[in-house]
Design a protein around this ligand. Structure first.
Ligand code: HEM
Length: 408
């Protein structure tokens, strides 16, 4: 391995300002420290595409991150956080082997390709309603559009009536605040505990109705299947909201930001909206909403010549893998003509459960905005704000403007 003259505390993991553009550091680490132990996190980081791709599917690495979960909360919050464990333990995301396959298999009945296809019309309607609400050709495309659209779609999927959508958003914000803000503090923990209890009770109420009267939504299909306990269904609905809401916001925001700052590909998708799915795919590679995926070693494993010990955390860098020149020629170029192959939805048995739905929402969100907003551009009068931590990337505020058509 080449000698590494740089210290660990120079990299983006230690310097929050570098999160704005971690890609130079990621390129350096991928080349010089492909399997990198970072003492402050007591974790390994892996950067090259081929290693990340292989480790995502390696049964010697576990998805179960529940060990130490309660202890990571401040002492005063632990009793509350412990009450959420019965739900978190049901998450397919945290399970390995046959138990993972069992839970995922039952939930899959509620999110088939046919269900995603059926949602296309309602997604388009919801996108249109959000855009109609934007008067005067100005909109925060992240907060007022990309954030609200998946919340609406997930609510529809779960069978949540429109009047209760604000609850879904409130719970989602509480989950994000808890899981994505490090270190955990007492306030975010208390909010998480509250939201978990409320959402679990709410979901069980919906499930009871579907068991009694049937229906044609996700919960009705899962209820009809009958293979999961109520806690397993409630826990995994919570996971779907956490996994699906902000990531989709970030995908839509990242795609818009990339297009609005790059005239050539933007002109191409405007001229041919059929290219929008390709723009979404390349956005996923170039600016992945989820940048790191954690695993825990079940045994001692040697990776890239480094000895990873049983019990150690291994963070797989999707952002670095997706820009590996060994896999993607000219990787730092945003090129909507590429053939795909990114790892932004993971790989193997844990590969994203909602990938098809995420792409459907993002594609329709872009189609509707571009179609309805002549002269769409960034609004320079208001600043963009970024939601960036080591594991997530996307704008939280993305002001855009367009030429409002005067009423005829
Ligand atoms: C652009 C949007 C999204 C991105 C970038 C994304 C990314 C990912 C990634 C990287 C994984 C793999 C995690 C691992 O290997 O440990 C994953 C899994 C998962 N995703 Fe997504 N996701 C998105 C949208 C969604 C949506 C809309 C839903 C729900 C409707 C969803 C539900 C899940 C679930 C339940 C898992 C766990 C699957 C399992 O462990 O078997 N995701 N997602």
């Amino acid at each position: 391995m080449p000698t590494d003259p740089r210290e660990a505390d120079e990299f983006f993991l230690a310097v929050p300002a570098k999160l704005d553009d971690p890609f130079p550091d990621l390129a350096y680490l991928r080349e010089h420290r492909p399997v990198f132990f970072y003492p402050p996190h007591n974790a390994w980081y892996v950067f090259p595409y081929d290693l990340v791709h292989a480790l995502l599917q390696d049964p010697r690495l576990s998805n179960d991150r529940m060990k130490g979960f309660v202890d990571a909360a401040p002492a005063e919050a632990r009793a509350g956080v412990r009450t959420t464990v019965p739900y978190l333990e049901t998450w397919m995301l945290m399970k390995d082997g046959p138990d993972h396959a069992r839970v995922r298999g039952h939930l899959q009945k509620g999110l088939t390709p046919a269900v995603v296809k059926r949602l296309a019309g309602p997604i388009r309607t919801a996108a249109g309603e959000l855009l109609d609400a934007a008067r005067g050709g100005r909109l925060d495309a992240a907060g007022e559009y990309a954030f609200l659209l998946p919340a609406t779609v997930l609510s529809d999927l779960f069978g949540v009536p429109a009047a209760d959508r604000p609850k879904i958003i409130d719970w989602s914000v509480a989950f994000i605040g808890f899981f994505n803000v490090v270190p955990i503090n007492e306030a975010t923990a208390a909010d998480f505990v509250r939201a978990t209890a409320e959402m679990a009770a709410y979901t069980k109420g919906l499930l009871a109705k579907r068991k009694a009267a049937g229906g044609d939504d996700f919960l009705a299909a899962v209820a009809a299947d009958g293979g999961l306990t109520d806690d397993e269904v409630a826990g995994n609905v919570m996971l779907l909201l956490l996994a699906g809401h902000v990531a989709v916001r970030n995908l839509v925001g990242n795609a818009l930001w990339l297009l609005l700052t790059r005239p050539e590909p933007f002109a191409r998708v405007k001229a041919d909206p059929g290219l929008i799915p390709a723009a979404v795919e390349e956005t996923l590679r170039f600016e992945p909403p989820v940048t790191l995926i954690p695993r825990v070693a079940l045994e001692d494993v040697t990776v890239g010549g480094q000895a990873i010990r049983k019990g150690q955390v291994v963070q797989l860098s999707i952002a670095a893998a997706n820009r590996d020149p060994a896999r993607f020629p000219d990787p730092d170029r945003f090129d909507i003509g590429r053939a795909g192959g990114h790892l932004s939805f993971g790989a193997g048995v844990h590969g994203c459960f909602g990938a098809a739905l995420a792409k459907e929402i993002a594609t329709i969100a872009l189609e509707e905005l571009i179609r309805r907003a002549p002269g769409l551009r960034l609004d320079p009068s208001r600043p963009i704000e970024w939601y960036r931590n080591a594991a997530n990337r996307g704008p939280s505020v993305l002001p855009v403007a367009w030429d409002a058509v005067p009423p005829s």
